[in-house]
Design a protein around this ligand. Sequence first.
Ligand code: SF4
Length: 480
Amino acid sequence: MTHQVHRRLAIGVQPVAKQDPEERKRNFEETYLGFDINSAKIEASRCIQCPSAPCQEACPVSNDIPGAFALLEEGDILGAASKFRETSNLPEMCGRLCPQESLCEGACVVGFAIRPDGRSEPPVTIGKLEAFCTDFQRKELAGYPLPRYMPEPTGRRVGIIGAGPAGLAVAENLALKGHACTVFELWPEPGGVLVYGIPNFKMRKDIVDEYIAYLEALGVEIRCNVYVGKDITIDKMLTSEGYDAVFLGTGAGVGNVMGIEGEELEGVHKATDFLVRGNLQPDQLPEHLREPLPKLANVVVIGGGDTSMDCVRTAIRLGAENVSCVYRRTEAEMLGREEERKHAREEGVKFEMLTLPTRIIGDENGRVVSVECQRMELGEPDESGRRRPIPIEGSEFIIPADTVVIAIGYGADPIVPQTTQGLKSDRKALIQVDDTGRTTRPGVFAGGDNVNGADLVVTALADGRRAADAIDAYLDSLRG
Ligand code: SF4
């Protein structure tokens, strides 16, 4: 090891300021307060600039992390931010939302190195540095950086269905090439999961607002409250509405149901409905979700992924007295981030592991009063590779509940595949694409959760970027 590497490995990880659990339980502000300039520069200098950059390889959008940190370390924060923006449309969001421990930071050599004194240290805090630089840049510029020159219009029109991470990335990249983009969104505001899925304490919403303002400044048109497949079809867009190409980025927003007794009771919510009513203002919601949630006392959230953690932590902030997360396997099988479970525990959430809800019980007015559960033990691994939960006879017990939230995953809406000729999808309504994002219908492209199933913001973003290149090449081919 060179002297330089030794010196860098000797630098200790810089703590990131966080709200205290007792304080943050009472507000919806972001949990992390982020780096200050000095600690960000020191943290960036922990990067040993390894030429193979496994972090970059593990990043779905291939961010040039060492390149950005070399600039940040020198104090060129704007340069570092621009470096992240070369490969990512949403660096301030991915920096907050990616599960870095299984992506960039999970591959960071600094996290594996054993120092001469035997000390091990965590990897470089890549995500939070990415968010720091790009937040700093937006603050300096009072918004997202606009291109120096607006591109010449090409005369081509692209319809983008879904204003989530994939669709917005397609809109940005194609608008920057001069194509006229119109984004159609089902919900009252653009942003998709960034607005209607991610709670405010994980990412504040003004970042999304600024990004939308930037897209509009690029000439992107956004039409909300449009249900494509019902209000307008893809066939119509391509035949009589004058669109040259369409991108499908409708995500996977349909909450799965458990299929147990009592799911229809008053006080039982699907995860998204609960999250949006808890985190957003009524005017940001469709009519049927505008009524604020009633006062919560005993909340049971069913499921063990990140969405469940979002729900339990929202319930705590809404003042619930007892909040339980019920999960049928053990923590070792949970798919979400450990950090989120830690935050939830710090905020007072109780975990009922190895527990399966068997019935939701209501009173004579049809309102939920409790959840009947059964204890489980783990058997042999199932098709997912995780150990299968097996019910323990006679272990039934009751958890009192005035609110139950079902957070057991999401599926895709089948309406677009059902109403679009020549578009192939599977039995889960996931759209078939090639590796550039081209579907089986000429001129129609797709990417994100409606192709992959429910996945990460950054994978949807990567799909959107790839599809934008394919759409641009397709539009170019129309000229010949
Ligand atoms: S986009 Fe995600 S995976 Fe890539 S560097 Fe940023 S935080 Fe890491």
